[in-house]
Each structure stands twice: as structure tokens, then as C-alpha cells.
Design a protein around this ligand. Structure first.
Ligand SMILES: Cc1ncc(C[n+]2csc(CCOP(=O)(O)OP(=O)(O)O)c2C)c(N)n1
Ligand SMILES: [Mg+2]
Length: 324
């Protein structure tokens, strides 16, 4: 046992804290929606945090991401501030997008988070576009697109992967395979449920990885990002994971077979990383400190966002149209 972990352990503790913050961020969002503080819907990614945190840990400043309506984790993992992300969901002017995007559209260009998209598959070409811009400008930036298993059946998946491969674009495609589309198990909608089997069809490497194992997903992402940055083209990564709640806040997820959720809860990504760190000699006190710091950060960010004033109603049409 030691309270002075090495640098790798320190990094993993940082990533653990980020996963805990994202988990608590979404607990708070869930609470706010249930108590009527926020209108509309929200799509939680609880259980899938290791994918976003592990992949973004392999990125550097200037790299970009796109993600789905289940995108809180990705945008936060890339570094969007907790308070402004809360503010966005609460519809406050201080929110990431002035409060006009909400839960499904968190976006923060300042950290390279190019957007969360509600149209399934819409953002794959946008990541390819960012990668093409990086290639043309010679910036060596890499772009990453996160999307679901359902999105792999959308036409843009085929068009984007083909073009990205033909042009050797610096892009990484991450399928967050959580075994379900909106309410349908993957086998009902997908002829071959091993999605990386499609990678050879686009002449790119395909890697299937345990998406709940932060260290494993980070390693696979590092290889893919290095390959993209080195001009060798795209990689398709299939991260096997599970959303612990329903598709959206309106979905009780009663269609799941008995025992399935429990089996995945036993493999919760936060739990798994804590177990690994404890096996590596990190003390319980240190892990508790991380949990406490995460809780404090989330609580103070939520309090700040709640204290911000409601936006001025006269600003509701600002930023909607280009003023020619
Ligand atoms: C083009 C399009 N078709 C249908 C929908 C409705 N819809 C919203 S989410 C979803 C399921 C997508 O599943 P998946 O890609 O696996 O992502 P997950 O929700 O599991 O993260 C569907 C069909 C949509 N938003 N866009
Ligand atoms: Mg899915």
C-alpha cells in the first residue's frame, strides 16, 4: 500500500475522477429533469463513461470530437466546464451554447467538441470533414467520431468510412456498442452483430475492445490516434459497453432480459478501475479522496449554474439567423 502513486497511477486517478464527475453530473441532470427544472428529454450514458474518458485521454489540444445526443460524457471528458454544461441544460445564457442547445446538443469549440447530434449518424461526415481540413492545412490534428451501434446501420456510416479510407483521413471511428438501438436489441436490427467485421470492407483496421475497461480502451485509442496522426488513415473501434438506464428519461427499459443489467452493473467502469487501482496498491483513502473531490466539483458547479439568472426573453432569437 502506498499513498504516493507513480505518474501512470496519477493519470489513472485523474481519469477516475473525471468518470466520477460525469456520473454525478448525469445523476444531477436526471434529478433536475424529474423535478421539472428542465424541459425536453435527456439521454444518459451512465455505464459508458470509460469510452469517452479513455478515448479523449489519448487526444491532444487541437484534436476534435463529435458525438450523439447521449453525449454529456464525451463533451465533459474533452474538457467542457461542468458549470457551463449544467447551465446549457438549464437553458441559462451562461451555458455552453447560450442555453439554446440543451442536453442533446452540448458543444464547446474551445475544447474541440464540435457538437452532439440528435440525428442518428449525422455527425460521422462532420468528423471526416474536420479530419480533411486538418489534412489540407497540415495541422496534424486528429478527429474522433463517437456513435452508437444503431448508427452503424445508417447510410452515412458507409459513405464516411469509405471516403475516410480512400483519402487516408486522420479520423477514428468509435462505435459505442451498448447492445441496443432506441428500444431494439442489436440482433433484431443488425444481420452481423460483430460490427468490426465491417472494417476490412473499408480497408481499415477494426478493433473490438471492452468499453468498460478504461485502460484497455485508452490503449486501443492511443494506437488508432497515433496511426491517424501519422498519416496512415482511419481505424474503426467497437467498444462493448452498456447503458445502465433506458434510452431516454421516458424509457423504463423493461425490454431487457432479467439479470442483464445486474451483470453489467457488476462490471461498472468506475468499479473496475477502482479495483485495478486498489490491486496496484492505491489506498482506500486515496480512492475516497477522489470520490470526494468529484462530488465537491459537481456540487459547486451545479450550484453556480442554478444561481445564474434566467435569460432575457428578448434574446431568444439572437444567434438564430445570420444577420446579412
Ligand atoms: C436518422 C434518425 N433515425 C431515427 C432516429 C430516432 N432515434 C433516436 S436514437 C435512436 C437509436 C440509436 O441507437 P444507437 O445508434 O445504438 O445509439 P444509442 O441510443 O444506443 O446510444 C433512434 C432510432 C433519429 N434520431 N435519427
Ligand atoms: Mg446503441
Amino acid at each position: 500500500m502506498t499513498d504516493e502513486p507513480d505518474r501512470d497511477t496519477e493519470l489513472l486517478l485523474d481519469l477516475l475522477q473525471r468518470m466520477r464527475e460525469i456520473r454525478l453530473f448525469e445523476d444531477t441532470v436526471k434529478e433536475w429533469f424529474s423535478s421539472g427544472l428542465v424541459r425536453g428529454s435527456t439521454h444518459l450514458g451512465q455505464g459508458q463513461e470509460a469510452v469517452s474518458v479513455g478515448v479523449t485521454a489519448a487526444l491532444q489540444h487541437g484534436d476534435t470530437t463529435t458525438c450523439t445526443y447521449r453525449g454529456h460524457a464525451t463533451v465533459l471528458a474533452q474538457g467542457a466546464p461542468l458549470d457551463k454544461s449544467f447551465g446549457e441544460i438549464l437553458g441559462k445564457a451562461e451555458g455552453l451554447c447560450g442555453g439554446k442547445g440543451g442536453s442533446m446538443h452540448l458543444t464547446d469549440f474551445s475544447v474541440g467538441a464540435l457538437g452532439s447530434f440528435a440525428i442518428v449518424g449525422a455527425h460521422l461526415p462532420i468528423s471526416a470533414g474536420a479530419a480533411w481540413a486538418a489534412q489540407l492545412l497540415g495541422t496534424r490534428a486528429v478527429s474522433v467520431s463517437f456513435f452508437g451501434d444503431g448508427a452503424a446501420n445508417i447510410g452515412t456510416f458507409h459513405e464516411t468510412l469509405n471516403m475516410a479510407s480512400v483519402w487516408s483521413l486522420p479520423v477514428v471511428f468509435i462505435i459505442e456498442n451498448n447492445l441496443y438501438g432506441e428500444y431494439s436489441p442489436i440482433a433484431v436490427t443488425t444481420a452481423n452483430t460483430v460490427l468490426i467485421d465491417r472494417a476490412p470492407g473499408y480497408a481499415m483496421p477494426g478493433v473490438r475492445v471492452d468499453g468498460n475497461d478504461l485502460m484497455a480502451i485508452r490503449e486501443v485509442a492511443m494506437t488508432a490516434v497515433e496511426r491517424a496522426r501519422g498519416g496512415e488513415g482511419p481505424t474503426l473501434i467497437e467498444a462493448m459497453t452498456y447503458r445502465q438506464s433506458g434510452h431516454s428519461r421516458a424509457d423504463p427499459a423493461t425490454y431487457r432480459p432479467e439479470g442483464e443489467l445486474d451483470a453489467w452493473l457488476a462490471r461498472d467502469p468506475i468499479l473496475l478501475l477502482e479495483q485495478r487501482l486498489a490491486e496496484g496498491g492505491v489506498s482506500e483513502t486515496r480512492l475516497a479522496d477522489v470520490a470526494r473531490a468529484a462530488a465537491e466539483n459537481v456540487r459547486s458547479a451545479a450550484d453556480r449554474a442554478l444561481s445564474w439568472p434566467e435569460p432575457d426573453p428578448t434574446s431568444r432569437f439572437d444567434d438564430m439567423w445570420v444577420n446579412a
